[in-house]
Design a protein. Structure first.
Ligand SMILES: [Zn+2]
Lengths: 135, 386
């Protein structure tokens, strides 16, 4: 988790900045510069809405190094409404409440901290869609 | 391309070998394989390893192991393709002998997993996944497989307990393999009670990591008749790839890399899946075993778990799998796995599999998967009647 790497990933981590294929209009996240559907160059930026639904989920009890303090935590594959799947943690929800198909939305949270001295990286997580009263 | 045969095999037990380093482990396996082959020299050494740099701080294993084994000066390279590293090394040996660049090639898979603390080993294994978009979010391999297993159950209507046939079969077969990590039979009740590590994946769905080394000696098949062992030839060797990240797949429940490598292997031999006598597949998790059976063409999509439920994967079944214990029973020695699978397939085809012998086996298939499916390497071996 280097400083340049964290800097490079800012746009996608904080804003879900992906890409759109100029040829076939496929929305791409994470950005990969070549359209996975038609192999055309795809460097036009496109911010995903952050809304989607849970495609699958689990809870991590045996965490990899760097995440031990957060256990247990819930992870998911989220199907974004524009099409791409994204791997992320779920937050503001207990594991028992999660189910496949549950509507979720993106929020920015702390992903991990590299010890007391190291950098803290932030990025997207997903939470259940909040009830928002009509204005 | 010359036809290539395997004339020597060797392996250490998969275990926590605190007393042995990488080089000592590799040496034990390669000396056993060279003695089995009856050769005292080789032209080339190919080392399959995934994590030596991450876990022990040692890279550059080609030259290191060649020198350690008294083979200083020969061509020696290390190959890495995550969990398929050992199979990649075998393929390199196959290409070198087949292409005429080496007459005797030595292939070694070696991994030293247990020097590191478990969270460090978990993190190191995730180097075979997408670092920025999977590992950075705290996913473990158990979690990635749990995402697949949950979705698979949802889509095809299974319960978690329906997957018990895979580890039960693996543990039963490992009982008769002295090189296996576990010699403990597993009952369905114990499987159902096992602790969850990433639900619905429980401890018994997940192959434990261990240290180990396995080796094979390759020569042109026309030479092989001169050596004393029954001859086993490499009939097919094929690689398929897919996205490294699960979320980049068109359908995460399709292991397209596995399907491509299996299809290419069948085409090289000109046989259909139903002619395969046994299949050493990559059962690092129960769900990968189920999905591999489907992608490799042994059943329809969604029917892999059904094959275990119906007993089709046991030694007496339609398609015996993990015949010497698989990753679950033999243990998961990381990048060494692919060479263990080859050693076990050669044992079967030579008729040296003891109580686990698949009768009259002619065609044996092995398959290693790197990461969650980004690389798949399939080999088909054939017993040659001389
Ligand atoms: Zn496109």
């Amino acid at each position: 988790m280097s400083v340049p790497n964290t800097w490079r990933l800012q746009q996608q981590r904080y804003r879900l900045m992906g890409e759109v294929c100029d040829r076939c209009k496929t929305k791409i996240f994470p950005p990969r510069d070549v359209c996975p559907e038609c192999e055309a160059p795809a460097k036009t930026q496109f911010a995903l809405s952050g809304r989607g639904e849970v495609y699958s989920y689990s809870t991590v009890y045996n965490a990899p190094a760097g995440f031990e303090d957060a256990t247990p935590y819930t992870v998911a594959l989220v199907r974004l409404e524009e099409g791409p799947l994204v791997t992320a943690q779920l937050t503001d929800v207990s594991a028992e409440e999660v189910e496949i198909g549950m509507p979720v939305e993106m929020v920015t949270r702390r992903l991990r901290a590299d010890g007391a001295e190291g950098i803290i990286s932030y990025g997207y997580k997903f939470r259940p869609v909040q009830f928002s009263p009509a204005i | 391309m010359r036809d290539v045969a395997i004339i020597g095999i060797g392996q250490t037990q998969v275990d926590e070998h605190w007393e042995l380093g990488l080089c000592q482990l590799a040496l034990q396996a390669l000396q056993a394989a060279m003695a089995d082959a009856g050769v005292e020299w080789v032209d080339a050494l190919y080392v399959g390893n995934m994590l030596s740099g991450e876990l022990t701080g040692q890279e550059h294993l080609g030259a290191l192991i060649a020198d350690f084994a008294g083979l200083r000066g020969i061509e020696a390279l290390r190959l890495e393709a995550a969990g398929a590293s050992g199979a990649a090394a075998l393929r390199m040996g196959y290409l070198a002998v087949g292409g005429g660049w080496a007459d005797i090639a030595l292939v070694v898979g070696v991994e030293k997993m247990t020097d590191a603390a478990p969270p460090d080993a978990e993190a190191a294994l995730m180097a075979g996944a997408d670092a920025d978009h999977e590992a950075a979010h705290g996913l473990s391999f158990a979690a990635l497989n749990a995402l697949l297993m949950r979705r698979y159950m949802h889509q095809f209507g299974y319960q978690a307990q329906d997957f018990g046939g895979f580890p039960i079969n693996a543990h039963a077969n490992a009982m008769n393999n002295p090189c296996a990590m576990f010699h403990i039979p597993l009952k369905l009740e114990s499987y159902a009670r096992a602790r969850m590590i990433a639900p619905p994946v429980n401890l018994m769905d997940s192959a434990a990591i261990g240290d180990g080394a396995a080796a094979a000696v390759l020569v042109p098949t026309e030479w092989a008749q001169r050596f004393s062992q029954p001859v086993v030839r490499i009939a097919a060797s094929a690689v398929g790839t897919d996205s490294v990240a699960l979320h980049d797949r068109r359908d995460p429940l399709l292991l397209e890399g596995v399907a491509l490598s299996a299809r290419r292997a069948y085409e090289q031999v000109g046989i259909a899946p139903d002619e395969i006598d046994f299949f050493e597949l990559y059962d690092s998790f129960s769900i990968t075993a189920a999905m591999s059976l489907e992608a490799a063409g042994f059943c329809q999509l969604g029917m892999g778990a059904r094959m275990a439920l119906d007993g089709e994967i046991t030694l007496q079944g339609r398609l015996p799998i993990s015949t010497m214990g698989g990753l679950k029973g033999r243990g998961n020695p990381g990048g060494a796995t692919g060479v263990y699978q080859i050693v076990e397939a050669v044992q079967q085809l030579r008729g040296q599999a003891g109580p686990n012998q698949v009768p009259d086996a002619r065609w044996g298939m092995t398959q290693s998967i790197g990461g969650s499916g980004g690389t798949a390497i399939t080999h088909i071996l054939e017993r040659v009647n001389s």
